[in-house]
Design a protein around this ligand. Structure first.
Ligand SMILES: *[C@@H]1O[C@H](CO)[C@@H](O)[C@H](O)[C@H]1NC(C)=O
Ligand SMILES: *[C@@H]1O[C@H](CO)[C@@H](O)[C@H](O)[C@H]1NC(C)=O
Ligand SMILES: *[C@@H]1O[C@H](CO)[C@@H](O)[C@H](O)[C@H]1NC(C)=O
Length: 319
């Protein structure tokens, strides 16, 4: 064997052997560009004439995540903790939607607590797992973190508000990813939809050490009397909560005060979804086979059209 071919052989062997290690190292930092996010179902609204089964997911939350480049798996209520734990290690993030259930006693709140605890544990162990809460989801996260309900009633049932951004907003993970002109629109125009009776007041947040240690306040709002928190992100966890509705602008069509379909409102929705999905791309959880993944996806269910005067234009229903 010539010296040259010996060198080539050695080089080839080196390259060959270093291959798997290098790609393993690269893989651990690579983004998962096929993220799948779990959306938690909740008990159906009383008197929902379209309901089939006992739980639902408003389709707007699914479309919201899809607009950011994710696929969705429905998380049913009334399942065992074991089933939730298995699913947790297959999905790349969790969205807790808005709605109207009891955030201490419902099956929605039970499943949210199980996933929240799993997410805390995973992140503590270096396994990145983002959680998003919208409206009721925001409130649910506040209860899970504070371990009690600190909400207070506000007059915010159907109103679009500009966000009062805090100094922390500029450097926050969430808003840092927004274009500057859009942040200006968020601060100046009435484009965030508020549809809630309950809020986390700045006062109660400030007096609760658990909440204060956990979440950084990114924006506040007021109903004229009480100042409440409208956007927050956790300091040390990829957990995010908005009291307003980024999904409604592009995907809900009930004609009532508080609904906004302006270019800025729709762009806000997109940048919010894109941000959360980019967080989910940092998770490497996956299903054990393509068949198992396919079976879990929401494509196996058909949303039901409920009319343009319904609060949710389309819902998915589940048993
Ligand atoms: C879901 O769980 C709740 C509380 O455990 C129970 O009351 C209810 O009957 C269950 N519903 C179904 C359809 O299993
Ligand atoms: C603070 O939380 C309590 C519940 O613990 C609630 O009754 C009260 O209305 C809240 N006050 C404010 C100002 O948010
Ligand atoms: C716009 O927001 C302000 C608060 O900054 C609020 O007082 C007002 O009611 C809002 N207007 C509309 C039309 O929603």
């Amino acid at each position: 064997m010539s010296r040259l071919s010996q060198t080539v052989l050695v080089l080839t062997v080196c390259l060959f052997w270093s291959g798997p290690n290098l790609s393993a190292a690269a893989r651990s930092q690579q983004l998962n560009e096929r993220p799948i996010i779990g959306v938690l179902a909740q008990e159906k609204l009383p008197g929902d004439q379209f309901a089939r089964g006992f739980s639902y997911i408003a389709a707007s939350y699914v479309k919201f995540l899809e607009s950011g480049g994710a696929r969705v798996v429905p998380i049913r209520i009334n399942r065992t903790e074991e089933e939730y734990t298995k699913l947790f290690y297959k999905i790349n993030g969790l969205l807790l939607p808005g709605g109207d259930v009891d955030i201490k006693t419902s099956q929605f709140s039970r499943a949210a607590r199980i996933f929240y605890n799993l997410a805390l544990r995973a992140n503590n162990a270096g396994d990145y797992f983002p959680v998003w809460g919208t409206c009721q989801g925001f409130q649910q996260l506040s209860v899970l973190t504070a371990r009690k309900n600190l909400l207070t009633q506000t007059r915010t049932k159907a109103v679009a508000l500009p966000l009062t951004l805090t100094p922390a907003a500029q450097s926050s993970r969430l808003f840092r990813s927004f274009p500057k002109d859009l942040l200006r629109s968020l601060a100046e125009e009435n484009i965030t939809s508020n549809f809630h009776r309950w809020s986390l007041s700045v006062q109660n947040y400030s007096r609760n050490a658990k909440l204060k240690r956990f979440y950084k306040v990114l924006s506040t709002n007021s109903d004229g009397e009480k100042e409440f928190i409208s956007t927050m992100e956790a300091f040390r966890y990829p957990f995010y909560a908005v009291q307003w509705h980024p999904e409604k602008g592009p995907f809900e069509w009930i004609d009532k005060p508080g609904m906004v379909h302006s270019v800025s409102a729709v762009r806000t929705s997109f940048y919010t979804a894109s941000f959360f999905v980019s967080e989910a791309m940092k998770s490497q959880h996956r299903f054990s086979s393509p068949a198992e993944e396919e079976e879990a996806l929401i494509y196996n269910h058909q949303p039901v059209y409920r009319g343009t005067t319904a609060v949710f234009v389309q819902n998915y229903y589940f048993d």
